[in-house]
Design a protein around this ligand. Structure first.
Ligand code: ZN
Length: 506
């Protein structure tokens, strides 16, 4: 192929990808609007509008022309270095294309229609604690999920095609050993903490001004490096970050008067958003302009929320300022007591409210249940009992109802069963590993944080993670940054040091 032919194929591919990205971004804006400002009356039409845009984008992406353009470019990019942008563009687009074209169009539209009904059924049944009402939907979702996997007969495990959607390069075989070691270790630490005197809950009886929390949260993430000229924060029920373009990456949060959790959710979502804001602008509107995986994405949100935002150096700097923001509500609370309170460990039923130590156990429970369901070892009718048994075994707590048990997360009711959760726990592991690499390059980072400065850390993440978008897989990124595979040690060391201090464990 001549250079001119290559250039022509490349321009046509980029033009088509741009069009697909425009449709997806428009659908993302509709979703953002739905989750922030849309009145309830818009729901039915909005579901239809979103489905129309997503279907158009999907059809354009699975058009055989995309495959032919990739084929035309392949011989030329084969002679380019692995990490060149063009080689990465073809590699990542082909991976997504191969995955998307395995799924028959009819299957996709049947599933989309089913899952929209399933979500509506869950939203109505959850407040009524009615698991029976969702059982037929879940049974069908499981059937769809297993059929989805059947389009990938080369997969080693039935959950692998689902994991590949969000955490490409990871499989059940690579995740299971990590989770089994993590599970034992986290349970041991939680048990040691359980033997120590409880840390009191600071929120008791205090009232935290929502507007002041909002402003404080925005001020903190601005200092982290979240760019408000290319983003904004709005109110929602379930916080999320969303990207419409590299120049418009938004965050959402919620604030309450009886807890300061809203500021941590702002920090969390800013971690996702800074990642997307930091992608190389030349990747705009291509499949490269995305995070590497859900695990790497979660490593960035958790790094800013927990490793930075719940650390003592951070609060040494910000606590006096925060106290001023909160009127007189925290005047009687010393820094050290506040720090312990925002890091208190308490085995609980709800994943999204879980502390750093027990959070991973909530995730591992879901991962194991997904594998059992997909393998056919567990039936939907047996799921609530299996769920409750695992909570009793892993966390020592047992849900008294479905609402706070098997019906708490939207995931299985709004998408496939499989590949939905592993990223949340792997993200914590990777966050510590990446932070360790940043510290090795810049040992002054904790002192900088204590001085309220974050540019060294932000720049390191920008250079080593953000700008690459999804050019590298999770495992490639870990190898590039740490010179080896995923390791649990940095995460263990982080938790061990932090919680031994907070709970006085020797
Ligand atoms: Zn997140």
């Amino acid at each position: 192929m001549t250079n001119t032919q290559y250039d022509a194929a490349r321009s046509e591919l980029l033009a088509r990808l741009r069009e697909i990205d425009d449709l997806s971004a428009a659908a993302d804006i509709l979703h953002w609007d739905q989750a922030t400002y849309m009145p309830p009356g818009g729901a039915a039409a909005r579901a239809r509008q979103s489905a129309t845009l997503r279907t158009l984008a999907h059809n354009k992406f699975t058009d055989p022309v995309i495959g032919r353009l990739l084929d035309a470019m392949q011989p030329t990019v084969d002679s380019m270095p692995y990490d060149s942008d063009d080689a990465a563009l073809v590699r990542v687009t082909r991976r997504d294309y191969d995955h998307a074209t395995r799924i028959p169009t009819q299957f996709m539209s049947d599933f989309t229609a089913h899952i929209s009904d399933s979500f509506v059924a869950w939203a109505a049944a959850r407040p009524k604690n009615d698991f029976k009402a969702v059982t037929p939907f879940l049974t069908k979702t499981l059937d769809f999920s297993r059929r989805y996997s059947s389009y990938f007969p080369d997969a080693e495990h039935v959950a692998d095609p689902h994991i590949a959607r969000s955490d490409y390069s990871m499989t059940v075989a690579t995740i299971r050993p990590i989770f089994s070691e993590l599970r034992t270790w986290l349970s041991d630490l939680a048990a040691k903490i359980g033997q120590r005197p409880q840390v009191p809950d600071i929120t008791n009886g205090r009232v935290f001004d929502p507007t002041a929390q909002w402003q404080f949260g925005e001020e903190v993430v601005r200092r982290f490096g979240y760019d408000f000229d290319r983003g904004r924060q709005d109110k929602t029920h379930h916080p999320f970050a969303t990207k419409f373009s590299i120049g418009d990456v938004r965050i959402t949060t919620r604030v309450f008067t009886d807890t300061i959790s809203g500021i941590f959710s702002t920090m969390h979502e800013s971690g996702h958003a800074m990642y997307e804001q930091g992608v190389d602008p030349s990747y705009e509107a291509t499949p490269l302009a995305d995070g590497a995986s859900s695990a790497v994405h979660e490593s960035q949100s958790r790094l800013w929320e927990n490793i930075v935002g719940r650390s003592l150096p951070f609060w040494r700097h910000f606590y006096p300022e925060f106290q001023r923001h909160m009127g007189d509500q925290l005047d009687d609370l010393a820094l050290r007591d506040f720090y312990r309170a925002i890091n208190r460990v308490q085995p609980s039923l709800i994943r999204v409210d879980a502390d750093e130590v027990t959070y991973g156990l909530h995730v591992i429970i879901r991962f194991e249940l997904e594998c059992d369901l997909l393998e056919g070892k567990l039936r939907i009718s047996e799921l609530p009992d299996a769920w409750n048994a695992k909570y009793a075994e892993f966390l020592g707590v047992r849900p008294k109802d479905y609402r706070n048990g098997v019906m708490q997360d939207v995931h299985w009711y709004a998408d496939y069963i499989g590949g939905m959760f592993q990223g949340y726990a792997l993200g914590n592991v990777l966050g510590s590993q990446f932070y360790g690499a940043a510290l090795q390059a810049h040992p002054e980072i904790p002192a900088e944080i204590e001085a309220g400065r974050f540019d060294i850390l932000h720049n390191w993440l920008q250079t080593n993670i953000y700008r690459h978008g999804c050019k590298y897989t999770t495992l490639e990124l870990v190898e590039r940054l740490t010179g080896g595979p995923i390791r649990l040690e940095p995460y263990k060391e982080y938790l061990q040091t932090k919680y031994a201090d907070i709970y006085g464990i020797r």
